[in-house]
Design a protein around this ligand. Structure first.
Ligand code: CDT
Length: 308
């Protein structure tokens, strides 16, 4: 048995005016709860340190850059790293990264239990659009503010397990899980900011969104025999609702923990990495069963090529 008690640290809304220091204080409260629950690893959402700023149209590069971190850890996040190290808890969280040569990415990092960064992932699938869209009820400008990630989907050895990350919209693409599955990933961590319905929309709308989020993660877990931990930023950010529904999924595709609120909330499960072994050695024994000669379209084309 290789058990890691994992915490999914859902964050409630972060208003545009809320400081990073205030958010980090909230994250530390969740980290302390996780320590009491015996967690060895805690996963926080995408762009965990600020409001989901890609909903705001900005033209001034200096205004945009205020949402980005130029180093990690930095003054605002050092207390989180310190507390995680004091508890002996590994953490993963998302933030907007500006590199020293001026590139902008939607990034997440993974630490070991001593607070050292051991992994970095940059979001590959950027949803939305890059110009102001007058037709839309709200803007989703990830394509404006970020470049597609340039690190692929790496998997790292950490805490005697094989771990990978993706971010939000990535979770809807089966290729993402498979590329990590092909590196033996036993745990895939992700955070998300998914727009929710507002009070004028039907309850069915939210039900569908939650179902599609679950479906993406449970199938990714099952088809790669890996644990998946998906953590939301949720609730009403300056009038813009975000969906909750953070879950931990086991390697058979079953949801074993689920958030009940749209607020700061910790979900916890003791995840045995050896539970991945059966799936990885039977139905999803990739070495024996994959037929790559029939998969060339997957990497050769985007869009759809219809038959004559
Ligand atoms: N943050 C993120 O990737 N959100 C997307 C919603 C995009 S709606 C234009 C998601 O897939 O949840």
């Amino acid at each position: 048995m290789r058990e890691i008690v994992i915490g999914g640290a859902q964050l409630g809304p972060i208003q545009r005016a809320e400081s990073r220091e205030s958010v980090v204080a909230r994250m530390i409260v969740l980290l302390d709860q996780a320590a009491k629950a015996g967690c060895g690893l805690v996963v926080f959402p995408e762009l965990a340190l600020t409001t989901f700023f890609p909903r705001w149209w900005m033209e001034d590069p200096a205004e945009v850059d205020q949402w980005f971190e130029t180093e990690m850890p930095n003054a605002a996040t050092q207390p989180l790293f310190d507390r995680a190290r004091d508890h002996g808890i590994a953490i993963s969280f998302g933030y907007a990264e500006k590199t020293s040569d001026g590139h902008h990415f939607n990034t997440s990092i993974l630490t070991d239990t001593a607070g050292n960064i051991v992994g970095k992932y940059r979001k590959v699938h950027l949803p939305g659009h890059s110009e102001f869209d007058t037709e839309r009820a709200f803007q989703h400008l990830e394509k404006r503010y970020f470049e597609p990630g340039n690190l692929g989907f790496p998997v790292w050895r950490n805490m005697d397990a094989l771990m990978g990350m993706c971010i939000c919209n990535d979770r809807r693409w089966p290729e993402v899980y498979r590329v990590m599955g092909l590196q033996g990933a036993e745990l895939i961590m992700l955070g998300y900011n998914t727009p929710s319905v507002n009070s004028q929309d039907s309850a069915e709308g939210l039900e569908h969104r939650l179902y599609h989020s679950d479906l993406s993660m449970t199938s990714g877990a099952y088809q790669n025999a890996a644990w998946v931990v998906g953590v939301a930023k949720s609730g009403d950010e300056d009038g813009h609702p975000l969906m909750a529904g953070s879950i931990i999924v086991d390697p058979n595709g079953f949801v074993v923990a689920r958030a009940q609120t749209e607020d700061d909330e910790l979900i916890v499960h003791a995840c045995d990495m050896d539970l991945c072994n059966f799936g990885k050695s039977t139905i999803f024994d990739f070495a024996r069963h994959r037929r790559v000669e029939h998969y060339t379209r997957i990497t050769a084309q985007t869009g759809v090529e219809y038959p004559e």
